[in-house]
Design a protein around this ligand. Structure first.
Ligand SMILES: [Zn+2]
Ligand SMILES: [Zn+2]
Length: 271
């Protein structure tokens, strides 16, 4: 079982990261993908502790659309941050990247420029992408066609209905479902959960955000990806074990099995 999207290097996990990782392992998780904000020195430092505590963890690095303004007028900055992150090791994807017109924390033209640069970078580095898009479908899908041709990846924390899912699937993308699928009112998403072809399905928590039922409102953590898997199993009419086996296999295929192989850093083996 792999939580394919969490923010374990976020400062909210600093106080009890060892316990959070311990609970994830006890719940049966073999690994995770820890999303890092490219160019964020503090998060990069905290990621080192994630590496030590969880030697199987993989990482993704990218400039989130909320932070795209940090690269405004700075062509090449996002790419150099990503390459720096990759040099620190165990990076299996570029992400999360995309467009977010809900909050508009960065001007839209800046978001688009930075998104395009990172799609090109992912293609050059032969890495898949982790897509974050909100209220920006028209531009996001168009850019994946024009700027991201040939790039594989996942729509993380997928929301919406069958028509939207079909568009993402038609581009060859995987869909990753998070805690929202456990919410009783997410009817459209329940339909999507039953509809996604089994070879395109991934699961995630997006911890510390979006805790699933019955933990809504709490700080989310990777162990609770089990609750997402349980809901998916019910909606798809298959056993939980089938969801876990298939989503794990899909993660290994998309991100590369070597990304999740245990690597002991010298300090990790001393812990
Ligand atoms: Zn996101
Ligand atoms: Zn995220």
């Amino acid at each position: 079982m792999i939580d394919t999207h969490c923010h374990l290097a976020d400062e909210v996990f600093e106080v009890d990261l060892d316990a959070v990782v311990g609970r994830a392992r006890a719940a049966g998780l073999t690994s995770t993908i820890c999303i890092l904000a490219a160019g964020d020195q503090a998060e990069t430092r905290r990621a080192e502790r994630v590496r030590q505590l969880w030697p199987e963890a993989a990482f993704a690095v990218g400039v989130h659309p909320h932070q795209a303004h940090q690269c405004a007028g700075q062509a090449g900055r996002a790419e150099s941050w990503i390459r720096q992150g990759v040099s620190e090791g165990r990076v299996c994807a570029v992400g999360e990247i995309g467009l977010d017109y809900h909050y508009d924390f960065s001007p839209r033209d800046v978001q688009q420029t930075v998104f395009a640069e990172q799609l090109h970078c992912a293609r050059a580095m032969h890495l898949p992408v982790v897509i974050h898009t909100r209220e920006a479908d028209q531009d996001a899908f168009a850019m994946l066609v024009t700027e991201g041709a040939g790039v594989a990846g996942v729509f993380h924390c997928f929301t919406g209905g069958i028509a939207r899912a079909r568009r993402a699937l038609d581009l060859g993308f995987h869909l990753s479902l998070a805690g929202i699928v456990t919410f009783p009112k997410a009817i459209e998403l329940h339909e999507v959960a039953a509809f996604v072809p089994e070879d395109r399905l991934l699961i995630e928590t997006d911890s510390p955000f979006l805790a699933p039922v019955p933990y809504r409102g709490k700080r989310n953590e990777p162990a609770w990806v089990v609750n997402v898997a349980d809901r998916l199993a019910t909606l798809r009419g298959v056993p939980r074990s089938a969801v876990l086996a298939r989503t794990t296999e899909n993660a290994l295929q998309l991100f590369g099995a070597q990304a999740f192989a245990r690597v002991d850093t010298p300090r990790a083996s001393m812990l």
